[in-house]
Design a protein around this ligand. Sequence first.
Ligand SMILES: [Zn+2]
Ligand SMILES: [Zn+2]
Length: 306
Amino acid sequence: MGKPASSGRNDRSALKALNRRAEAILKARPAYREMLDFYLTVFRCQIEWRDRLVVHPEELGAEQVRESLRKGTPLIQRYDPGVKPQSLLDLWTEMKEVFRRGNEVLREAVEKIDHAEKTGDFAPASWLLEQRPERWELVADASRKIGIDESVLATLSRAVTFPHWELVAESWLLQDHLEEWRRFCCPVCGGVPGLVEYCKGQTGQEGITAAPRRFMHCSFCASRWAVPALKCPACGSTKDGDAKYLFTSDEPELRIDFCKSCHRYIKVIDGDRISGRVYVGLELLTAAHLDVIAQGKNLSPLEVCA
Ligand SMILES: [Zn+2]
Ligand SMILES: [Zn+2]
């Protein structure tokens, strides 16, 4: 038992990598500056709090993990993530102040949540503890009860749950476990991936490049896993000509992958152009314009995995 080690040194390099990546993005996509200035405060807070968060994931042996993944069962369906309600509440208390300073909409949302808590209509800690990628009804019900927008409440709740689940995923998952996992949903939490990353494959032979490898990123728990390169994550099609993409020459590191058969799409980044770890929240936030482009072509986001 125990939470995964996270040293101050790691956090400092994570902060540096985040800032470096944010700068590169702003150079290419300056329209995101105002939004990013605020959300960087949220992401930094998530990184700086890693040492203070309390999670005691059920201790799993490598064989237990592999066996579960071999059967296609996300780990959360079998094992206890051990996320502590008090830890969620502590980070929520900290995040509230960040959001209050964000903008009028966020400030008002925080005030309504505080009010609902005072009148006994809403208990943030137990509500946050119940959050799972597939339990969207929890957000929908609470947003109706409190009287705030669903997407605003989802943003607030993910800001608090994400770093907790990131520690759970780090504790449970090692790269060598993932060879057993061939599915498109997340091996830890079962969530639908939010982002695809392509990286150059390695053949180990100089001068010979392999086909690029495709990785999925989970925006709920930060897991990253490899998937087959040409299969559609939504309908599973491997038909010739179904895998299509949209891109512009202005943004060589971004594109949209979609399927001609089911018309689902997912946002894609070129991992070879990003140094250091991918911070999925940052990438999704600053690729939001891709959703407008895709939806303008009558494509729908990935909602269920093949
Ligand atoms: Zn996940
Ligand atoms: Zn498809």
